[in-house]
Every structure is written in C-alpha cells, then in structure tokens.
Design a protein around this ligand. Structure first.
Ligand code: BJW
Length: 247
C-alpha cells in the first residue's frame, strides 16, 4: 500500500480493530478536559491542596465531618456544571457499535461515562452523588428523613450521612471488583486511560490483564506508574486520542 511508517497510534488502532475483548480502565484524567480536577496532577490535583487521609478516609470524616462533607458538597455542585467530553463519548459510541466487545471499568465517581451513554459501567470507587449511612443503619435511619446539616443526620439516633464513595482503607464493592477482574483476565487488549496507576486494587487490574496475556496500552498526558507494563504508551489528552483510537 501507500501508507507510511506504522506509528504507535496506527498500531494500537489495529489492536483495537482485531481484539475480541477489550477492557478499558479509566481514571480522573479522562474527565480533566470536562473541567473536573484530578487528584495527583501537580498544580491542579486535589491532593496538592488536601491531605488524602483527612478528606478520603473514614477516620478523616469522623474527625472533621463538616469539613469533609462540605468538600464533597462542593464537588457535587461542580458536577452539575460540567459535561462529558469527546473521550467519554468515544467510549460510549464504541460500546454501541462494537457490541459486547468492550467492558468499561472506571475509578471515577463523577458519572460522566454514564451521562455520555456508556452502559454497564463498572464503578470501582462508588458514586459521588450517592448518600449512605456512616454507621450501620438502625430501624430509625431513613435517608429520605435525614435532618439537613453538614452532614445531614438521622434525627432519632444521630447517625451521619456520608458520600457513597470508596475511601482509603475501605473495600471496593465486591461484585463490581469481581466483574472487573473477570474482564481484565479475559481481555485481549486493555486500555488504561487517564490514571496515575497509584491506587490499588484498581491499578492491579492492568497487571492482571498483562499477566493473562493481554496487550496493555496506556493513554495519558504524562508518565504513569503503569507505563512500565504497557506494550504501547500514547502520550496526549484522552479527549483527543480516544476518538482517534475508537472511531
Ligand atoms: C490525563 C489528562 C488528560 C490528566 N488525558 N490523561 C497495594 C499496594 C499499596 C497500597 C495498597 C495496596 N492495596 C491497597 C492499598 C491501600 C490503598 C492504596 O492503593 N494506597 C496507595 C495510594 C498507596 N487502597 C485502598 O485503600 C483501597 N481499598 C482497599 O485496598 O481495601 C482493602 C480492604 C479489603 C477488605 C476490607 C477492607 C479493606 C481503596 C482505594 C480508594 C481510593 N479512593 C479515591 C477517592 C474516592 C472518593 C473521592 O473521589 O473522593 O479514589 S482516592 C482517588 O485516587 C480516587 C481515584 O479514583 C483514585 C485514582 O486516581 P486516578 O484516577 O488515577 O487519578 P490521579 O489524579 O491520580 O491521576 C490522573 C492521571 O490522569 C495522571 O496520570 C495524569 O497525568 C492524567 N491526566 N489529564 C489523559 N487530559
């Protein structure tokens, strides 16, 4: 043919075309271009500003419930003003015509994959907009009746409402993790998009895929901890690269 040298992008496009099963693991970077801050980016990430153990652990919440609740309330408010981007949309469109080939696993709690139209998203770290009880609910605890506050609480027993996300030291939802592990171990190609690869067990899914014989491709604007196990590293914004890979 008349095609030029095979670029990494062309090569990965061929892997996408040929793979019977594709698993995609996304992180905060895929939502960066929608205006949602990441955690570990040097200037703009939340962990440049906050101590993760104060803001994203049960101990931190019990120590400063109002401060942590207000941070989550702020982030919930931010979500109302953002939209899915071309990266989310490319994954949703691929799921629609690549029927059954794609399993989408996300560490994100922002709901943008679902809003872009992706079906069956495996949300490893929960849902920013969901509420649940901090302590095991008693008969009196009903989220619909929680007394407004920072955080809201059960008017009878004082149980506190907390965000329905997975904090450090907490178990991931088991059925979701099991389905993600199954997808990681049975895929031929895993795309690792916009994640620093620093948080486990999520990052372990890429290792499991690699170990089971899948090709692993990292899509990231900067270096990540999973570059070392990748067969290809595509450097650039997810909103630009995913449409090129998946069109
Ligand atoms: C772009 C871009 C663009 C920017 N385009 N790219 C093994 C080894 C070591 C430690 C552990 C281990 N196993 C478990 C642990 C402990 C811990 C852990 O992993 N610690 C490490 C940090 C050391 N893990 C846990 O505690 C987990 N639970 C657990 O293991 O439970 C065990 C247990 C079992 C049974 C009973 C009880 C317990 C839970 C982890 C929960 C993580 N939660 C958070 C907060 C969620 C709630 C909230 O949102 O507030 O999840 S932390 C935060 O990090 C959030 C994210 O989902 C997660 C991952 O971050 P992500 O997505 O990678 O974002 P960033 O910001 O880190 O990276 C962004 C990337 O995008 C960068 O690389 C940029 O370059 C890139 N980028 N713009 C493409 N436009």
């Amino acid at each position: 043919g008349t095609s030029g040298p095979c670029t990494p992008l062309d090569e990965v496009r061929a892997w996408v075309r040929d793979a019977r099963r594709i698993a995609v693991l996304t992180g905060a970077g895929i939502s960066a271009e929608s205006g949602v801050p990441t955690f570990r980016d040097a200037q703009t990430g939340y962990w440049a500003q906050f101590n993760p153990m104060e803001m994203a652990s049960e101990t931190g919440f019990r120590a400063q419930p109002a401060r942590v609740w207000d941070w989550y309330a702020h982030r919930r408010g931010l979500l109302a003003g953002v939209q899915p981007n071309a990266g989310h949309r490319a994954l949703a469109a691929f799921a629609q015509h690549g029927r059954g080939r794609l399993t989408l696993i996300t560490q994100n709690v922002d709901g943008l994959h679902q809003r872009a139209g992706s079906p069956d998203v495996l949300c490893l770290h929960g849902d920013l907009t969901a509420d649940r009880w901090l302590d095991r609910p008693r008969a009196c605890c009903d989220l619909a009746d929680a007394a407004p506050g920072h955080p809201p609480r059960c008017p009878t027993c004082g149980n506190l409402v907390r965000p329905g996300v997975v904090w450090f030291g907490e178990a991931l939802p088991l059925p979701v993790l099991a389905a993600a592990q199954q997808a990681a171990q049975s895929c031929e190609l895993m795309l690792v998009v916009g994640t620093a690869g620093a948080v486990y067990p999520a990052a372990g899914l890429a290792h499991q895929a690699r170990h089971a014989g899948a090709r692993v491709v990292v899509v990231n604007t900067a270096a990540s901890e999973l570059d070392g196990i990748a067969h290809a590293v595509l450097r650039g914004p997810a909103a630009r690269l995913l449409p090129l890979l998946l069109d």
